[in-house]
Design a protein around this ligand. Structure first.
Ligand code: CP
Length: 311
């Protein structure tokens, strides 16, 4: 791991990070991955630190992964959910955060439906703030774990072709993956119905496709995304059956792929819609390895941000 001086109090978006910072997080995650492969899977790096996991939106993978990462780093942990907190009684997000701060917490890991909620907190409180997903905007640790997985499997990112297929419009994963992959020199293709992948995305520097075969032929990685019904106000396509027929990855549409194409999905999977079970559970799938790597990436970002907050 090279020498590098981490200088961020918060991890808000992968868009903010430069290439050196991204690579340093990935290298640090590589070291923490080794910790989880040992008999004793715990290190004292965050002993004496308090981390609050504040999830205002549902989560399985990100929440479990952050909590386990904190345990592996020996932190003290408090978990707050929207449903059981005083947000229900009308307390503001900032007041809740100030109360967390008054308990001398060091870090807040937050998932929130409002894009930019993390930026507001990070500016107003002393604790380090880690973004565990904000609306359709950003999910930096998902992007970092996706990039870590691709780098580990393919040996690097520069020059790779990566297709991200699905509900791009509502996806913080698509935006975050695209920002990170573009910074590291990959070609990024976004694919889905025109209603879910507007041409304006090309301003980011990606290629937009409305035909699955054209999007995935010759790529090194396909990342499938689910349709986010919870964020859709309108009918963006006639039916899930029709979506699956034109944009689903199954045994037939996999024939457009190279034999060594990685198949990824951030979860949760809608089996039979964006991805058939035979492909999700097949030999090219690295979906569960993404989950394993997520733990290492979250240990790395907690460790780096906590180190800065301490200074
Ligand atoms: N990938 C992801 O963010 O999954 P969860 O919503 O279950 O955390």
């Amino acid at each position: 791991m090279g020498k590098f001086n981490w200088t961020r109090k918060d991890l808000l978006s992968i868009y903010d990070l430069d290439v050196e910072e991204i690579n340093f997080i990935l290298d640090t995650a590589g070291e923490f991955k080794k910790v989880s492969q040992r008999n004793v899977k715990k290190v004292p790096a965050l002993r004496g630190k308090t981390v609050v996991n504040f999830f205002v939106e549902p989560s399985t993978r990100t929440r479990m992964s952050f909590e386990l990462a904190e345990q592996r780093l020996s932190a003290d942990i408090i978990n707050i959910s929207a449903g059981s907190s005083s947000l229900q009684k009308g307390e503001t997000l900032l007041d809740t955060a100030r109360n967390i701060e008054a308990l001398q917490a060091d870090l807040i890991v937050m998932r929130h439906s409002a894009p930019g909620a993390h930026v507001l907190l990070a500016r107003r409180i002393r604790c380090g703030v880690l973004n565990a997903g904000d609306g359709s905007h950003s999910h930096p640790t998902q992007a970092l774990l996706d990039i870590f997985t691709i780098r580990e499997k393919k040996g690097g990112i520069k020059g790779l072709k990566v297709a991200i297929v699905g509900d791009i419009l509502h996806s913080r994963v698509a935006r975050s993956d695209a920002w990170g992959l573009l910074k590291l020199g990959a070609e990024v293709r976004l694919a889905g119905p025109a209603t879910l992948v507007p041409k304006e995305f090309e301003k980011m520097g990606v290629k937009v496709f409305h035909n699955l075969r054209a999007a995935i032929e010759g790529v090194d990685v396909v990342n499938l995304l689910r349709i986010q019904h919870e964020r859709q106000q309108a009918g963006f396509f006639p039916s899930t059956g029709e979506y699956a027929r034109f944009f689903g990855l199954n045994e037939d549409t996999c024939s457009y792929l190279k034999p060594d194409t990685l198949i990824m999905h951030p979860g949760p999977i809608n089996r039979g819609i964006e991805l058939d079970s035979s492909v999700a559970d097949g030999t090219r799938s690295v979906i569960l390895e993404q989950v394993t790597n997520g733990l290492a990436v979250r240990m790395a970002v907690l460790f780096l941000v906590a180190g800065w907050v301490e200074k």
